[in-house]
Ligand binder design. Sequence first.
Ligand code: ADP
Ligand code: MG
Length: 352
Amino acid sequence: MSIFKENKQATTPISNLGEFGLIEHITKSFKTQHNTTTKGVGDDAAILNFSEEKYHLLSTDMLVEGVHFDLSYFPLKHLGYKAIAVNVSDICAMNGAPLQITVSIAVSNRFPIESIEELYSGIQAACSTYNLDLVGGDTTTSNQGLVISISILGEVSKDKVTYRAGAKENDLLVVTGDLGGAYLGLQILNREKQIFLENPEVQPDLQGNDYSLQRQIKPEARVKLVEVLNKLEIIPTSMIDVSDGLTSEILHLSKNSDVGITIYEDKIPIDHTTMNLASELNLNPIFCALNGGEDYELLFTIKQKDYEKLKKDVDFTIIGHVTNKSEGNNFIDKAGASHPITAQGWDPILEK
Ligand code: ADP
Ligand code: MG
């Protein structure tokens, strides 16, 4: 029998499971064998136990051309910076600090050396911002596009590490910064690309959208806010970073913590420029904040007693609270009506 013969049984589409279902499916039969593996698959970073006082944190993220970025509008320098920032964000989500990275690239011969230099100038800028050492990687060819895979090592005091699990009933749900901006930045870039493709004479109109564009093209990991939490002596009971969108992250926190979560429409922080841009693009800003990803803010739960300590800091917004699991995950709109949060998030446009 030829090894090249098609396996007629193998026809199950990945979409049957989705990304998270697939990860669970392929990793569930792996048992950890070393007592230095404190936490394997399932959080923003793995937790490794090599020293008395600290845990080491290990995480990896890959960016693929055409899937995660479009080089027709994404400057390579910014891409290099973003690739690092999104990895640092996963270390922040464990309440940790980043230390070292490895960077692996697959490049096709359509890229000149100058392009790779551009990419690495962004990587270097991010290493400087986040105090990271580049300690290795791999370089290979790709048949078509550019692929960047980064692994990051971080550390956290053992008494401060935060998991996606750990939220308890009556805890408060907090998000840093504001949401929806990165998604709208992407919409603007896509809009201008379409216009350009239809009429290459027209100059892109990016004016007045600096904030959203910056959120999409130059996101920052919330390292400073992890330091603020530390100074305020707050250890979140659970934490995740907002990479896929608020609703998706809420579902991860509630599932891992075995609780329910309720959030309120009128509490969700949205920058006024995001509001204006959403209305210009005929999008519901709440929908963008709930379902648009890539804001790289931190979403975490705290004990009620810690509320007084962070209530004055504008970088933190209480958007909801933790309930019993039996109540499920809910979004309370401005009129007070409750909507269950589903895997796709709550879509106010589809509901109408
Ligand atoms: P994040 O969005 O924080 O980067 P992911 O959703 O990518 O997290 O991954 C969730 C968890 O699944 C992490 O612990 C990650 O290391 C693990 N994971 C993802 N893909 C794989 C894979 N192909 N094999 C093993 N573990 C994986
Ligand atoms: Mg993450």
